[in-house]
Design a protein. Structure first.
Length: 264
């Protein structure tokens, strides 16, 4: 199977959607296996004619004899997951930036998004897109659909907190800055991000370390660049999210790929 990645063309979509990819059947009938690592995206996948099995750390996708469109929604990925395609299939997967998905659905809490996605017209639109053969036609239809769903929302408070989580401010300092308690910071993060403030930050620092790996000299430098107290703290957090030591991860994962959510 072939995997093709795209960045949104429209500036509105570019603001809220990190990117999307297509998986398409090819003549080789090759299968595809990969491991996906923790991220802070909200992810919608649409698969055509499949049987879908999810365990705690494994997803298996196989071809179905019955026609169907399966919609999968992931709002919290905090550990490695093995993705195994047992037969070639057609798929579209869209990655929304933190808070981005709320500008396309009416829900204002992460726990209500899945039901709204399933009950919306998303399935029918994805089904139509997946039947098209021309990739440009598919991407045009996909972006047109998301633009039709777009609704600007005022998420300034939680957006400011998210911006602060990217900084070197402690969570207590973020709470003080916004004149709220640390508990309320976590309540807002759980409501909108599907995870606590500390978990969001830990995952973001992991992602940053992957991005910076090729431009720093060693793990000590990588630790300080990502605001960890020391190298041991960095290694502990990194191993907690990937289940392997950092040096082993960087030996085996292609961090040159710009699509950092997808490590083959």
């Amino acid at each position: 199977m072939k995997v093709n990645f795209y960045k949104p063309n429209h500036p509105v979509l570019e603001k809220y959607i990190e990117g999307y990819y297509f998986i398409a059947k090819d003549d080789s009938n090759a299968t595809l296996n990969y491991i996906t690592f923790p991220d802070n995206y909200f992810i919608i996948s649409a698969c055509e004619n499949v049987l879908f099995f999810r365990d705690q750390n494994k997803v298996e996708i196989s071809a179905s004899n019955e026609e169907n469109i399966f919609i999968d929604f992931v709002s919290r990925c905090n550990s490695p997951v093995e993705i195994r395609y047992k037969q070639p299939i057609n798929e579209i997967t869209v990655y929304f930036k933190p808070l981005g998905i709320y500008h396309f659905f009416s829900s204002v809490e992460s726990r209500f998004l899945k039901q709204e996605i399933i009950s919306s017209d998303c399935k029918e639109v994805m089904k139509t897109i997946l039947t098209k053969q021309d990739r440009k036609n598919q991407t045009d239809m996909l972006e047109k659909y998301w633009l039709s769903k777009y609704q600007e929302k005022n998420l300034s408070t939680i957006q400011s907190i998210v911006n602060d989580l990217y900084s070197d401010l402690k969570i207590e300092e973020i709470a003080e800055k916004h004149t709220i308690s640390r508990q309320y910071v976590n309540k807002l993060c759980t409501k909108f991000l599907g995870k606590s403030a500390s978990e969001f930050r830990k995952i973001q620092r992991f992602r940053n370390s992957v991005s910076l790996n090729k431009s720093v000299k060693n793990l000590t430098e990588l630790s300080y660049e990502n605001l960890f107290y020391d190298q041991s703290h960095f290694i502990k957090n990194f191993k907690n999210l990937t289940k392997i030591q950092p040096h082993k991860f960087f030996e085996n994962v292609n961090t040159e790929d710009k699509n950092l959510w997808f490590f083959i």
